[in-house]
Design a protein around this ligand. Structure first.
Ligand code: PLP
Length: 279
């Protein structure tokens, strides 16, 4: 509802980063992402809206062999390309090294005024933006639930939580190194990570999850994305059923966007002969 392309938490994460880049007259946003990344799509759109250039460093060197074919098979990269983003495809090992990788260093040196935004967009300015997700009207809720990837969104919510609010993060990844980092970072302990709803790991989905998404959409008219918000909402519903929340709890589940990922996931599901996500 914030913006058709810079959706959900991406709007919050990019807001102060773009303001900073503009103030410093840094003209090119450079960031990292997988081939179906919501953050890549949103950064491309945000750069265009703000009159900036964008370069996406994309995991998977093979995707650069035939760009036209890649674009025809990948709705996320197709969209980002249409917004004017340039791509720099790197091997998985270079991707892991991020800005320490020789190829990434060379890219950054070749650009006149780059502004580097980390994977998932999560840096301090992103967390600052995410503190604005909660508004005074949300004080009526005592549980606030969100999906977790890099953890920037959750940090913003933890920082903004009122004294009577408990923040629940639902990691979309199997291995959550984030807990230790959060423990050191948070100034209070009214938060928990619920690790039971990753469905096998990042971008993994099951028939059960797709069925849940389709039922949820039919019942509410609200689309969920398969990577993040569907797992969150599945988890919230399951916890309600299991009696996790005390009676009279008021629960806020935050839809962090990501709907652009449905098209790519549906292509994968159709290839495997699995049921697809209804839109
Ligand atoms: C739609 C959506 N929801 C939630 C998240 C998780 O946010 P974070 O990386 O800040 O934990 C992401 C990833 O950035 C996302 O794209």
């Amino acid at each position: 509802m914030l913006h058709p392309f810079i959706s959900g938490n991406k709007f919050r994460k990019l807001k102060y980063n773009i303001a900073f880049a503009k103030a410093q007259q840094l003209e090119t946003l450079v960031t990292f992402g997988g081939a179906y990344s919501n953050h890549i799509a949103a950064t491309a759109a945000a750069a265009k809206v703000n009159g900036l250039q964008a370069v996406g460093i994309i995991r998977g060197e093979e995707l650069g062999n035939d760009l036209e074919q890649t674009l025809s098979e990948n709705p996320t990269l197709h969209f980002a390309h249409d917004q004017g983003m340039k791509f720099h495809f790197v091997t998985r090992s270079a991707y892991r090294e991020k800005e320490e990788a020789a190829t990434v260093k060379a890219l950054l040196e070749s650009l006149p005024s780059p502004y580097l935004i980390p994977e998932g967009g999560s840096n301090e300015l992103a967390v600052k933006g995410c503190t604005e997700i909660l508004t005074p009207a949300d004080a009526q809720y005592n549980f606030v639930c969100c999906s977790v990837g890099t953890g920037g969104t959750l940090k913003g919510l933890i920082a903004a939580a009122d004294a009577h609010q408990h923040i629940l993060g639902f990691p979309a990844l199997k291995s959550s190194y984030i807990k230790d980092e959060l423990k050191d970072w948070a100034t209070h302990n009214r938060w928990s990570l619920i690790n039971d709803y990753h469905f096998g790991g990042y971008a993994k989905v099951s028939k059960e999850l797709i069925t849940f998404m389709n039922t949820f959409f039919a019942d509410t008219g609200i689309l969920l994305d398969p990577i993040y918000t569907a797992k969150l909402m599945y988890g919230v519903y399951d916890l309600i059923e299991k009696g996790y929340f005390p009676e009279n709890s008021r629960i806020l589940a935050i839809h962090t966007g990501g709907l652009q990922g449905i098209a790519g996931m549906n292509m994968k599901l159709a290839k495997k002969g699995l049921p697809i996500i209804h839109t």
